[in-house]
Design a protein around this ligand. Structure first.
Ligand SMILES: [Zn+2]
Length: 277
């Protein structure tokens, strides 16, 4: 997959697709990746956690840095690894194991955007890898970074109404998501662009089809496309509230989205009454 000793790599994985291995596959995958990048390399996982609409009402959940991630088995494996370093950002923390984990994650807190660590990885010739999750959780995280740099991360009407309570310096505070990463179900559209630019490595990790690309390469391609067409990575779901009902750079879809939702509600109300009669 083009990984080498000393690489800093952000990995997202559906580890169960690797197939038959000894032991729990997320841990086996992490061990294998660590062997490839060696002691000078670093493996990163996205250890994102819960957020709530109207966070002030949700005091029952406080993010304290120890909360389990909701981003799957590989994220849990990275967080549980010896020497793991987790960034401070509520709702969108990253965790790294290896030589550059502290340097890349030390200032990733509530003031930083969700994917800010990619900026430092770019300078270190960092890479990204998808193992098995090409369609189930498509795309590379640099799309979110390019969206943030172009100001698109602040253009969802949904953003500022969600967040979480978190602890910092012995105090409990409320974090409001001023930067929404948003829906990524359409990010697979970029795969053909990476291929056309001859920047994508396609291969197998066990039985899992996998992709790898340089952070700087992916970012350059995505940014060029997003500058021309910010709507390019929107997903195909007509019912996606984020893509179709919330974006100030996709106003044309908003009336249709809400009309459709209203129609669906009317039909749902009408159908049981017909059955009763
Ligand atoms: Zn969507």
């Amino acid at each position: 997959m083009g990984l080498a000793q000393g690489d800093a790599v952000l990995v997202r994985a559906a580890a169960k697709l690797i197939g038959e291995v000894d032991g729990r596959s997320p841990k086996v995958l992490l061990d294998a990746l660590q062997r490839v990048v060696g002691p000078e390399g670093t493996i990163f996982g996205l250890t994102f956690t819960k957020s709530f609409l109207f966070p002030r009402r949700h005091k029952e959940y406080i993010y304290d840095g120890g909360n389990p991630p909701i981003t799957g088995g590989f994220a849990r494996a990275v967080l549980g690894a010896e020497g793991a370093v987790r960034s401070l950002r509520p709702t969108n923390s990253w965790t790294g194991v290896g030589a550059d984990a502290v340097a890349i994650l030390e200032d990733h807190d509530e003031r930083a955007t969700c994917f800010a660590p990619l900026e430092k990885m770019m300078g270190l010739n960092g890479k990204m890898m998808l193992v098995g999750c090409l369609t189930s959780s498509p795309g590379f995280s640099t799309v979110h970074l390019a969206q943030a740099h172009l100001g698109l991360n602040r253009k969802s009407l949904m953003g500022p109404i969600s967040g979480v309570h978190f602890q910092r310096d012995g105090e409990t505070k409320v974090f409001t998501k001023w930067d929404t990463a948003g829906c990524s179900r359409g990010f697979g559209k970029f795969y053909s662009d990476y291929l056309m630019a001859d920047k994508l490595i396609v291969g197998k990790v066990g039985d899992a089809t996998s992709l790898a690309i340089g952070v700087a390469d992916a970012y350059a391609i995505e940014r060029r496309i997003l500058e021309k067409n910010p709507r390019y990575p929107l997903c195909a779901e007509k019912d996606c509230l984020y893509c179709r009902g919330s974006l100030r750079y996709n106003l044309r879809d908003i009336p249709g989205y809400f009309l459709r939702q209203a129609a669906i509600k009317l039909v749902r109300r009408a159908v049981p009454s017909r059955i009763e009669s």
